[in-house]
Design a protein around this ligand. Structure first.
Ligand code: AMP
Ligand code: FE
Ligand code: FE
Ligand code: ZN
Length: 286
């Protein structure tokens, strides 16, 4: 299938805006995707859907299709696990999400306080209404204040899990997150499974399938060619939908990408979006 990619339209099913930890506004992300020749773009901010409306407005009367999505931060086996959801009903998500968003805001302030106590005061950025803060915001602020050499340095020295400035906040379990997305009419997909530190994908999968997982993010900048092959095999074996995207977070203040990725570099075929849409329509008809 991937040998004919040059002939097929290319899509991006994983991207972030200034409503979470991306550096481009939805409007600018849409413009960048159009310049890059992307045919369909998912707006999948961390724990918020607030970026959708602006992206949809910016893409009106263009040939770029917006796929409304979200990336939920969950925990499984004591480790962070990201679950993408495609086409969740925003009204039904609102109440359960508001708790997580409050947690993220409080966690951001608590980490800034810890940094100040350690002797590294920073200014928290002002975010758009409805945006949720993440650790990357703190990393940028540490670099801007001269306390860290780079984004990676900020994570390594202060922000990483268990690091000196780390503060936890309440997350859904992965099972809760998957069930919530299904309840909201969304297709839940395990994001970047090979970044998960709580077990090998094949070992962890049964529990997630039981909860209602419907897909695996096969193509991601962090996945090697062999990771991609293994995930494709898992999709075949469990009849899971493949998705993919560059997890684009916009250009980076210190020149390196959040995931060092660019738009339209990974060749995710449009056909995968067709399959997702068929599954969504079956889900809604059921
Ligand atoms: P948060 O969801 O606010 O805890 O932030 C997590 C985000 O920070 C992840 O999506 C990663 O992109 C980024 N991140 C987490 N750990 C690291 C690390 N050690 N180095 C660089 N980026 C990281
Ligand atoms: Fe992110
Ligand atoms: Fe992620
Ligand atoms: Zn992401």
């Amino acid at each position: 299938m991937r040998s004919v990619l040059l002939l097929t339209a290319v899509i991006e099913l994983h991207a972030h805006t200034t409503f979470s930890d991306g550096t481009l506004t939805p409007t600018d992300l849409v413009a960048a995707a159009r310049v890059a020749g992307v045919r369909a773009l998912a707006i999948s901010d961390h724990d918020t859907v607030s970026g959708w409306d602006e992206a949809i407005a910016a893409a009106t009367d263009t040939n770029l299709e917006i796929v409304p999505a979200i990336e939920l931060s969950t925990v499984h086996n004591g480790r962070g696990m990201h679950i993408l959801g495609f086409w969740p009903d925003p009204q039904r998500l609102q109440q359960p999400l508001s708790q997580r968003q409050l947690g993220r805001r409080q966690r951001g302030e608590a980490m800034a306080t810890k940094l100040a106590e350690l002797g590294y005061p920073i200014a928290l950025p002002v975010l758009p209404n409805g945006a949720v803060p993440g650790r990357p915001h703190l990393a940028y602020a540490l670099v801007a204040a001269g306390h860290a050499r780079s984004y990676d340095d900020a994570f390594h020295r202060f922000l990483r899990d268990g690091g000196p400035a780390y503060v936890d906040y309440g997350k859904f379990t992965a099972v809760e997150g998957i069930r919530l997305l299904r309840d909201c009419g969304a297709i839940p997909v395990w994001a970047h499974a090979y970044l998960f530190r709580g077990g090998q994908p094949e070992a962890v999968l049964p529990e997630l399938l039981e909860a209602g997982l419907m897909g695996l993010e096969v193509i991601h900048p962090s996945h090697s060619a062999s990771d991609v092959r293994k995930l494709e095999r898992l999709c075949d074996r469990h009849q899971l939908l493949p998705t993919g995207g560059s997890d684009y977070h916009g250009p980076h203040p210190d020149g390196k990408g959040h995931h060092a990725s660019r738009l339209n570099g990974l060749g995710v075929p449009y056909e995968w979006l067709d399959w997702l849409k068929e599954a969504r329509d079956e889900l809604r008809a059921a």
